[in-house]
Ligand binder design. Structure first.
Ligand SMILES: [Zn+2]
Length: 246
């Protein structure tokens, strides 16, 4: 049965299809990730074709049929084009990284309202807030890991259970978790977590304000989260959007 539905979406990618149409990949609020076609979308006068651009936050109306792989978009209206993001290379880079994570790691048709809200919130912040894009992206990344079911556990040593971990040299063993300075020596294949990086990761998790004196901590935190994700999802080969523009 064909159903006419309305939902919000963020556009993940688009490509030309045939002589006249476009196919888009969308992360929608109420139906998760899906593919849809805009018939006549390549025509420069197609309003829907113009609005459905990558990163944009949009309200769409579509003919939806569960047995069909590609849904049909019948109308669209723009909620936000995130103009400030598109004028700033650094912001574009991190917005693309968010899009890439959704594209590669969410499951088709899996609905997650909290994740959708988190995605639109971070894009609005990237668009308007003065906080550095790399920090905003870190906040999203650590939240995204938790939504995927791989929350990074930082509150106690995974071997002895010690909870006061501030201001000591720690390490993170990808299989076991965080290790205190006493336990880390028994596990050589671990990722070094300096007190500064530990503090930074905690600020990202708890959404605390960050006075960044050293961008290196922010960069390290992203590398760490990438490694952590590659360990849990072997098919994931890192965030290409961040590599291309370095
Ligand atoms: Zn310990």
């Amino acid at each position: 049965m064909n159903e006419i539905v309305k939902t919000e979406t963020v556009v993940l990618s688009k490509l030309n299809y045939g002589d006249t149409s476009k196919i888009v990949s969308l992360y929608t609020k109420d139906y998760g990730k899906l593919s849809a076609i805009i018939k006549g979308g390549r025509n420069s006068k197609s309003k829907i074709g113009l609005i459905l651009d990558v990163i944009n936050h949009i309200q769409i109306v579509m003919y939806k049929k569960d047995t069909r792989e590609i849904q049909i978009i019948s109308d669209a209206s723009l909620i936000s084009p995130f103009s400030n993001i598109k004028e700033d290379l650094e912001k574009i880079k991190y917005a693309q990284a968010i899009i890439e994570l959704l594209q590669k790691l969410t499951v088709e048709h899996e609905v997650n309202h909290r994740l959708f809200k988190g995605v639109t919130r971070i894009l609005y912040l990237l668009n308007t807030s003065n906080e550095l894009p790399i920090i905003l992206f870190g906040r999203f990344f650590i939240f995204f890991l938790a939504e995927l079911g791989y929350a990074i556990q930082l509150h106690k040593c995974s071997v002895c259970g010690r909870t006061n971990l501030e201001n000591i040299e720690l390490s993170y063993n990808l299989e076991l978790g965080i290790l205190c300075n006493d336990c880390k020596h028994n596990h050589l294949e671990s990722y070094v977590i300096s007190p500064e990086l530990f503090n930074y990761l905690n600020c990202l998790t708890s959404n605390k304000k960050i006075e960044l004196t050293n961008v290196a901590a922010a960069e390290k935190s992203i590398l760490f989260m990438e490694k952590y994700l590659m360990f849990h999802i072997p098919d994931f080969k890192g965030i290409q959007s961040l590599k291309m523009m370095k």
